[in-house]
Design a protein around this ligand. Structure first.
Ligand SMILES: Nc1ncnc2c1ncn2[C@@H]1O[C@H](COP(=O)(O)OP(=O)(O)OP(=O)(O)O)[C@@H](O)[C@H]1O
Length: 217
């Protein structure tokens, strides 16, 4: 089977007035469809740098990244527009891409009903809890039908208790929708949350140990 994500000998150096900063060195990995990759490491170890390279925002110093599919990006904060209803927030990506057709609307309806947001579709973001808002943000990302999900610390804006719940919640949705996912977190507990792990049969969680080791030196 053709890998959906392939990273070959990826290195990234930043050049600043203070000199050269080597952030990533010779990273290699392959993801098949449905795999989940957790990039775990403390602040400053290069997690956002990898995500920026994967989403083509910056060019690596060396190596190549092959993404065989459409990318959906979910950020730390939900970035819901407070003046739009939940439904209008979810539709926004499709509106921009001019792909808001009957099929897309049916998909949104299915996701909203399945993941407990349907009753809130005409509410405004401020009327929802932090966990629900994050679920809405994920549904908005899924609505444009991405093949590869990039999640950048998706739970870090939530309080600890909500985080535990939402992590399971989001993991379950991603598992159900069978999306190839790359998640950045500094929290090992988050990366190993039970639902990611029970998925070991058809998905797996990898740790980029090079990053963890390098940043702990
Ligand atoms: N544009 C840049 N120019 C110079 N140095 C940078 C640049 N972007 C990031 N860095 C440095 O590269 C290192 C890795 O940064 P990066 O943001 O990728 O880490 P991170 O693991 O995502 O951190 P955090 O968890 O705090 O977001 C840090 O030392 C940072 O200061």
């Amino acid at each position: 089977m053709k890998p959906i994500v392939q990273i070959n000998d990826l290195s990234m150096n930043y050049y600043t007035l203070e000199g050269e900063l080597e952030v990533l060195k010779d990273i290699n990995l392959t993801l098949e469809e449905g795999d989940i990759l957790a990039l775990v490491g403390p602040s400053g170890c290069g997690k956002s740098t990898i995500m920026n390279i994967l989403s083509n925002l910056i060019t690596p110093t060396k190596g190549e990244v092959i993404m065989n599919g459409k990318i959906g990006y979910m950020f730390q904060r939900d970035h819901l527009l407070e003046w739009r209803t939940i439904m209008d927030n979810i539709k926004i990506g499709l509106e921009i891409q001019k792909k808001l057709n009957d099929e897309a609307l049916k998909k949104i309806e299915r996701l909203l009903k399945l993941y407990g947001i349907w009753e809130f579709r005409n509410n405004y973001p401020k009327e929802l809890s932090g966990g629900m808002r994050q679920r809405v943000a994920l549904i908005r990302t899924l609505a444009v039908n991405p093949d590869i999900l990039l999640l950048d610390e998706p739970f870090s804006a939530l309080d600890y208790q909500t985080r535990l719940l939402v992590c399971n919640d989001i993991a379950q949705i991603i598992k159900n929708e069978n999306k190839t996912t790359i998640m950045v977190t500094h929290d090992i507990a988050e990366a190993t949350c039970p639902i990611w792990q029970t998925n070991l049969m058809n998905m797996y969680v990898k740790f980029i140990t090079e990053i963890i080791k390098r940043s702990c030196i």
